[in-house]
Ligand binder design. Structure first.
Ligand code: SF4
Ligand code: MG
Length: 322
């Protein structure tokens, strides 16, 4: 899937007036088939909006989404394309109809699609098996399942439509660590088996690192850094990425973590983002130019893109005395 300069804003009421909130601004990303793009950032950075735009749940203001080399129309998408893009959300409980059995929940979209009875039954059994649940689970109801089992059911439901792309929005965030690991490994196995493409959204950097080939770091609707996952964790370039990484528990003692680089202050309102660089109100390295010019995402090296004035003139490393 390819996103080309995606723009999405919403109209919101502020007191008596209406204002536009820029939720996603000029985002360009490419996710190769069979790969995982991780998207990280604090809540409100636009990652979920971006996911919904990809899935066609929000219409675009501007920009272009392509799937399989085919540009998608702004409003109506062919059903085949809609089915090939599925989503798994954070809350596995509210995503399932409590009155429907697991089997019915998985079968429902297939019936809508016009798949015959016999094949529905086979596919339900197959996807349950794919996600590590005995076919008997088809007769269970959501309240009879654990959180991890419910998330397996949601994955099964997404798989039943034989998608090519799955957007996972905080898909393991509500689960205990040990269950998280099981679900992440399940997702990796399914990806390998079905050559699935994932957009993996999370605020949890450790989880994103584990899952992703490439990572996009978002701040206030913009991608500020885009690079292979291992590069981001080894050598984050953008001050925001550095701060995010410094604020997670450091498991690897070789990894730099300093208070200076930690995240200061609050995220500004998206209604009124700072001029120039949107991160400048929280950045320890802000310069005059940062208030005047919006940095654009540029290549710091072969595969590493960063949007920050510290790198604008070919200086390889910011001078922050680390
Ligand atoms: Fe900080 Fe300026 Fe870079 Fe923005 S552009 S992250 S304010 S140094
Ligand atoms: Mg979200």
């Amino acid at each position: 899937v390819e996103l080309d300069r995606i723009v999405k804003s919403f109209s919101v009421k502020v007191g008596l007036r209406r204002a536009r909130v820029s939720a996603v601004d000029q985002v360009t990303l490419v996710v190769p088939e069979g790969a995982t793009l991780g998207i990280v950032g604090e809540s409100g950075c636009g990652k979920s909006t971006l996911a919904r735009v990809v899935l066609g749940l929000h219409t675009l203001d501007n920009g272009q989404i392509s799937f399989d080399g085919q540009a998608l129309a702004k409003r109506r998408r062919p059903r085949r394309i809609v089915e090939q893009m599925q989503m798994v959300f954070q809350d596995p409980y509210s995503a399932l109809n409590p009155r429907a059995s697991v089997g019915e929940s998985i079968a429902f979209p297939l019936r809508v699609q016009g798949v015959g009875k016999q094949e529905v039954r086979q596919r339900v059994a197959k996807v349950l098996e794919d996600v590590g649940l005995h076919p008997n689970y088809g007769g269970y109801y959501p309240h009879q399942l654990s959180g991890g089992q419910r998330q397996r059911v949601n994955i099964a439901r997404a798989l039943a439509l034989q998608p090519r792309l799955i957007v996972l929005d905080e898909a393991v965030s509500a689960l205990d660590k040990s269950i998280q690991a099981q679900i992440l490994n399940l997702l990796k196995d399914l990806q390998a088996e079905y050559n699935l493409t994932y957009v993996f959204i999370s605020h949890d950097l450790n989880v994103v690192e584990y899952m992703s080939d490439q990572v996009a770091v978002m701040y206030l609707g913009q991608v500020v850094e885009l690079c292979p996952a291992e590069d981001l964790y080894r050598q984050p370039l953008h001050p925001y990425s550095q701060a995010l990484l410094a604020s997670i528990p450091v498991l690897d003692p070789g990894r730099r973590s300093s208070d200076e680089a930690g995240l200061r202050g609050e995220m500004p309102s998206p209604l009124n983002p700072p001029s120039g660089c949107r991160f400048r109100t929280r950045c320890a390295f802000a310069m005059d130019v940062c208030a005047q010019q919006t940095p654009v995402l540029t290549r710091a090296d072969d595969e590493h893109m960063v949007g920050c004035h510290l790198y604008a003139h070919g200086s390889p490393e910011p001078n922050h005395g680390g």
